[in-house]
Design a protein around this ligand. Sequence first.
Ligand SMILES: *[C@@H]1O[C@H](CO)[C@@H](O)[C@H](O)[C@H]1NC(C)=O
Ligand SMILES: *[C@@H]1O[C@H](CO)[C@@H](O)[C@H](O)[C@H]1NC(C)=O
Ligand SMILES: *[C@@H]1O[C@H](CO)[C@@H](O)[C@H](O)[C@H]1NC(C)=O
Ligand SMILES: *[C@@H]1O[C@H](CO)[C@@H](O)[C@H](O)[C@H]1NC(C)=O
Ligand SMILES: *[C@@H]1O[C@H](CO)[C@@H](O)[C@H](O)[C@H]1NC(C)=O
Ligand SMILES: *[C@@H]1O[C@H](CO)[C@@H](O)[C@H](O)[C@H]1NC(C)=O
Ligand SMILES: *[C@@H]1O[C@H](CO)[C@@H](O)[C@H](O)[C@H]1NC(C)=O
Ligand SMILES: *[C@@H]1O[C@H](CO)[C@@H](O)[C@H](O)[C@H]1NC(C)=O
Length: 246
Amino acid sequence: MPITMRLLIVLLILKVTSGESREVTGYIGESATLLSGADPNRTLSTINWSIYTNNTYIATLSKGTIQLEWFGRYIGRLSLNNSSGDLTIRNLTSKDAMQYSVDLTDTKRHNSAHKIDLKVKQRLQKPTIDTASLPAAAGSCWWRLNCSSTEKVNNLFWHDETFISETHPKGSSAVLLAFLESTEMQAEFRCTSIRNRENASNVVTLKCDDKPKHRNHYMLLFFVGYLLGVFLTLCLVSIGEKSTTA
Ligand SMILES: *[C@@H]1O[C@H](CO)[C@@H](O)[C@H](O)[C@H]1NC(C)=O
Ligand SMILES: *[C@@H]1O[C@H](CO)[C@@H](O)[C@H](O)[C@H]1NC(C)=O
Ligand SMILES: *[C@@H]1O[C@H](CO)[C@@H](O)[C@H](O)[C@H]1NC(C)=O
Ligand SMILES: *[C@@H]1O[C@H](CO)[C@@H](O)[C@H](O)[C@H]1NC(C)=O
Ligand SMILES: *[C@@H]1O[C@H](CO)[C@@H](O)[C@H](O)[C@H]1NC(C)=O
Ligand SMILES: *[C@@H]1O[C@H](CO)[C@@H](O)[C@H](O)[C@H]1NC(C)=O
Ligand SMILES: *[C@@H]1O[C@H](CO)[C@@H](O)[C@H](O)[C@H]1NC(C)=O
Ligand SMILES: *[C@@H]1O[C@H](CO)[C@@H](O)[C@H](O)[C@H]1NC(C)=O
């Protein structure tokens, strides 16, 4: 047999044996369930879930007792299904991404073992929207909305076409100029980012609302006026006192 052929056979065998570990994807802060792969027709008597090459236990079932407090980082985050052998890890962190091993024995003294590779990803975060008002004629308003994402996204876009004057999609930010032609009007603008098969949206609701600014303005004038009044009164009183003592 030629050497290349033997090499091919060896590679094929390697591929078949390494295909034993299955992959599971979870998301930060969410739960993931690692399937034990146990035959549902058999009743499990021991279940040992472990990590690392030294097989550090994290969850076990032995003599009808479930023990989940083996390893600090997992305490309070695990649940073990005593019939299926499946392990659920809650509130995932990126440190949980690794290979998990499960060793099973059933009541007929049959053993089986499986390996599961857990991948932990971050869900696509909502894009952020920065708003800035622009000068406009009384009773109307202009807004400049910048939608951006700190993550590498495939696309980022504004939905509502109604008020859009122009958009500048550029990499991970999209700018929209919106015009609202009356103070009663209220409009919602939604921006969506897309990464692979995930999408995330954020929304802002805008209306022409320049009254609060004016009110603040008047409050300031009022306050300055009040101080001035107090000061003048004090001056007058002290002048009056001086003239009576003289
Ligand atoms: C479990 O048992 C049922 C019937 O007893 C059988 O049809 C099924 O194939 C068995 N499942 C496995 C995984 O062996
Ligand atoms: C097993 O390995 C891990 C990481 O390599 C280590 O933190 C742990 O102390 C080891 N446990 C034992 C019992 O040796
Ligand atoms: C599995 O756990 C449930 C309670 O969570 C218990 O009622 C049941 O007896 C257990 N089964 C076995 C086979 O240990
Ligand atoms: C445990 O696993 C069995 C078999 O897969 C399932 O029917 C049962 O609902 C599970 N129990 C829990 C508490 O998830
Ligand atoms: C999830 O884990 C993080 C730290 O990893 C912690 O701050 C948070 O309180 C946990 N949330 C829950 C619901 O346990
Ligand atoms: C699980 O761990 C227990 C305690 O160390 C051990 O007695 C048992 O043989 C282990 N079972 C398997 C299937 O590895
Ligand atoms: C939009 O905001 C992002 C993040 O703050 C910034 O990097 C980008 O330059 C802004 N785009 C425009 C056109 O202002
Ligand atoms: C975002 O994802 C949801 C659910 O996967 C889907 O229904 C919706 O159409 C998607 N939106 C866009 C704009 O791709």
